[in-house]
Ligand binder design. Sequence first.
Ligand code: GLY
Length: 561
Amino acid sequence: MIPVAVAHLKRCAILLLLIVWWPRLEAATPPAAAIATAHPLATEAGHEILAAGGNAFDAAVAITAALAVVEPTGSGLGGGGFWLLHRARDRHEVMIDGRERAPLAARRDIYLDDKGEVIPRLSVDGPLAAAIPGTPAAMAHLARRYGRLPLSKTLAPAIRLAREGFAVGESYRRMAQFRRDALRGSPEGARLFLHENDVPPAGHILKQPELATTLEAIARRGAAGFYDGPVAARLIDGVRAAGGIWTKEDLARYRIVERKPIRGRYRGLRITAASPPSSGGVALVTMLNILAGYDLAKFDAATRNHLIIEAMRRAYRDRAIYLGDPDHVTVPARKLTHPLYADGLRAAIRPDQATPSKLLPGGATLETGDDTTHFSVLDREGNRVAATMSINFPFGSGFVAPGTGVLLNDEMDDFSAKPGAPNVYGLVGGNANAIAPGKRPLSSMTPTFLENDHGVAILGTPGGSRIITMVLLATLDAASGAEPASWVGLKRFHHQFLPDVVQHEPGTFDAAQAEALARLGHTLKEVNDPYGNMQAVLWDRKSGKVLAASDPRGEGKAEVR
Ligand code: GLY
C-alpha cells in the first residue's frame, strides 16, 4: 500500500510541477530567427549578419545602416531613433535613446521673426532644421555593448549597397516628388537624390559613394568616425556654409542614453515600450490602462471604437501638456502610466457621448506624418530588437553636407517652435517641449514588445503622431489572439485630442458604424491615403512557431529563417 501511495504522490508532484513550470518548459529559444523591415534589402542585410554568426543586436546594426542607404526617405546617419532591446541570457531590457539633440546654439525663439511669429519652413527645410544626429552613436554603442561582431562586418552590407547602388522603388519616387523643392534647395541633396534635378525615373540606380566612405569611417573608428575627424569637419563646414549653427562641440558632445523602458499591463499582456523623450510608451500604456477597465469584446463595434477614441483623446491631451525630454523637464511618467490615474480618466468617459476636446484642459498636438521607419528582429537565442528611427519629414531637411553623403534630419520641427502657435504639422506644444540647447525633441516613436507566457511580439511603425494609435490598435488585436498579418493589415483610425476629429483610412468604418459614431458626437475625417508601415514579429511559444509580417501598405519584407 505504502509504495503505491508514494508513487501516486510522486506522480501528483510531477504533475503539479509541470503545471506550475509549463510556460518555462515551453521552448526556451525560438526555432527560427525573424526579421521584418521596410525594405527587402535591409531584411536581407540583417539575415546575412545572423548567418555570419551575429546576434539580433549585430543584425540591428546592419539593418539600421542598410535602411540609411536604401530608404533615405525615412531614416539615416543624419537622424536618430530608439532601439528597444531584450537580451535573452539575462532578460536585460533597455532602450537606447539615440534621439537627436538641439544644437548648443539653438534658442527657444530660433524659428521666430522680430514680431515673434513663426517663420514658415525654417524648422523643416535646410540645415537650420537639423538637430545633432544620434544614429551613428547608437550603432556604435549597440555593436560595442551588445553585439558580437565588429562594425567592419556589420556595416559591410550597407557599404556594399551604397557603393554598388540599388533600384529606387515607387515609395522613394513618391517621396522625392513630395520633397523635390527641399532637395533642390541643397545642391548636394539634389545631386544625390534627384536625377537631373527632378524625380528619378522608375528603375533608377541610386549610388552613394560618399555615404559608403562615411560608413567606412564608422566601421574603422566607431562613433569617432562620424563625430570627430574628417567626416565631422565636412559636416560642420557644410552646415555652417549653408546657414546652419552646428559646431564641433555639438558633435563631440553627442551621447546616447540607455533608458529604462516604459512598462504596463493589459489583460495578461506585459507591455514594454519606448520611454521619454518619446511619448510613445507613456501614451500607449495610458490608453491601455483606460481600456483595461472595459470588456471591449462585449460591445458593438461602434461603442468599442468610441471608447478607444476617447482613450486616445485623453492620452494625447496629456502628451501635449506633460511630455518632453526627461533630461530637461520633469516628466510625470509614473503618474501617467499608473492604473489609478487611468481609472480617473475612464470615469469621465461617457459610453453614450463623445467628450469635446475643448471641454478638457490642455494644449494641442501634431498631425500626421508619413516619415520614419521601423524594424523588428528576433534571433534564435531569443534576443530581440524593436527599433524606430527617423530623419523626420521624408528626406529629412533635404540638406546634405558636401562630401559626406549624409542627409540631415529636420527633427527640430518636433519641438514646439512657440507655445500656442502651430508648426508645419499643426503642432502647438507647451513648455515641456520648448527648444533648449542640447535638448531632445519630443517623439511619437513607439518600438514595443508584448509578452505573456504564450509568446512574445516585437512591433512598431512609422507615421508621425499616428504611430502610437497604430501600435495601440495592433496591441488590442494581439491581445484578442490575432496574428502579425492581422496587426499590420488592420484598418486604422486615430484621434489626437486636437484637432477634434477621428482620422481614419478609407474603409475603416462601414456606413452604419460611421453613422453611430457621428451620433455619439464624433467628427470623422477620412484621410486620402492609407498610412503607416508596421513591421512585426511573433514568437508563439505555445505552438513553437515564429511568424513575421510586413505592412501591406509598404514595400518591406518579413522573413523567418
Ligand atoms: N519624427 C517623428 C517622431 O519622432 O515622432
